[in-house]
Design a protein around this ligand. Structure first.
Ligand code: HEC
Length: 108
């Protein structure tokens, strides 16, 4: 029994470790988000610092947007350009989404 418990705990610790290890910046870059978003300046899309400001303290809301479950609030009139990207973000694992949101919000 003890051994089973220990094995289960080790498994959990490893899982938590890999979630924590998800690198939001790497996700952002590898998914092509940088084509339209820069940290400090508006380009095709709004600067990450603008998004971070709009979602300050609202990480859950940002994750909802990235899952396609919430309306845009930064530049709603330009949403048609962002909308197809949600197919990419919707497919991310929970850990990657969390890391991605943390990375976006860290741009202040
Ligand atoms: C083709 C250009 C383009 C790409 C690629 C792109 N975006 Fe966007 N993004 C935009 C535009 C334009 C807006 C402004 C419309 C809006 O506010 O939804 C935007 C807005 C956003 C917002 C603000 C949402 C809000 O509430 O208004 C987030 C968050 C975001 N993008 C994240 C991402 C992430 C993460 C990726 C990579 C998976 C990505 N974007 C890739 C163009 C792009």
């Amino acid at each position: 029994m003890k051994k089973i418990l220990a094995t289960a705990l080790t498994g959990l610790t490893l899982m938590a470790g890999s979630v924590l290890a998800a690198d939001g910046k790497a996700v952002f870059q590898s998914k092509g988000c940088t084509a339209c978003h820069q940290p400090q300046v508006d380009t095709v899309g709004p600067a990450l610092k603008k998004i971070a400001k709009a979602y300050d303290g609202k990480k859950e809301e940002l994750i909802k947007f990235l899952k396609g479950e919430a309306k845009p609030k930064v530049w709603p009139d330009k949403f048609p350009m962002m909308q197809p990207q949600l197919n990419t973000t919707k497919a991310l694992s929970k850990g990657d989404l969390e890391a991605l949101a943390d990375y976006i919000l860290s741009n202040k």
